[in-house]
Ligand binder design. Sequence first.
Ligand code: SF4
Length: 312
Amino acid sequence: MHYPARGGPPVRAVDGMSLRIAPGETLGLVGESGCGKSSVSNAVTGLLRPTAGSVVVDGTEIANADRATLHRVRARMQMVFQDPATSLNPRMSVGEAIGEPLLVRGLARGAALREQVGALLTEVGLRPEHASRFPHQFSGGQRQRIVIARALALRPALLICDEPVSALDVSVRAQILNLFVDLQAAHGMACLFVSHDLAVVRHVCDRIAVMYLGKLAELAPRDALYAAPRHPYTRALLAAVPEPDPDTQRRKPRVPLHGEIPSPANPPPGCRFHTRCPMAQEICRRVEPEWRPVGASMVACHFAEQTSPVAV
Ligand code: SF4
């Protein structure tokens, strides 16, 4: 995903990365704001056409698909965005919002539609009688439940969740994350879960991909990633996750991560992380690291076998 920039080089928001999500799997995509993760989710849903490459959903190529193909495939995938308030039309009742995809695609109407809407509301922990209310009558967490119910209406094969709990109070985040886990187990859909927060994805994901400046830094099964992170950037993100227990927090290794993420219009040569990496060596400034297996991870780092910073 490259975006044209006026008077300068294109912004290379996503620059050569490959991901596969199996049916029934939840893949977490994690990175700082500006790393390109939302461009990935927008390319997967067909909201943006990638500059090059391929997006295959359920066996259908959608990167350059015509409108009819995109319309058909989009029924198989749904999105849940960060802010439920802007995802819902304030003038539509909750029942109308949830039932709309079923109605538009001619899958249900009348009493059958009302019954399905009631069942969807129950499934996300609300009540069928909530269908007649309007979004402003609900809390943020409840509104996100409504958005999730609407996303489930067409029984998608792939759910794409872009920071779905970041706008919610900490107290309701765990409830919504538990809901995702339950619904995923019940429906067996694949899920791409985009977040800046490694603590959030730990709760819901089978595998986790860590992204930095348009490329993958590391991809690993969840438990392996938290037990033995291989990339210095993954370790820095993990070190920044606050621990509820003050003793555990004190014992946590400190991994300094200085400065801002560089501009994707002008990424550093060699390893893109070298300008901020506490382990960077001379080779890192010149040679882009290979994407290779180390332990249970796939990782792009010349020194992925080393687990602690070395003197620069
Ligand atoms: Fe750091 Fe070098 Fe590894 Fe890049 S390749 S993450 S700069 S040690």
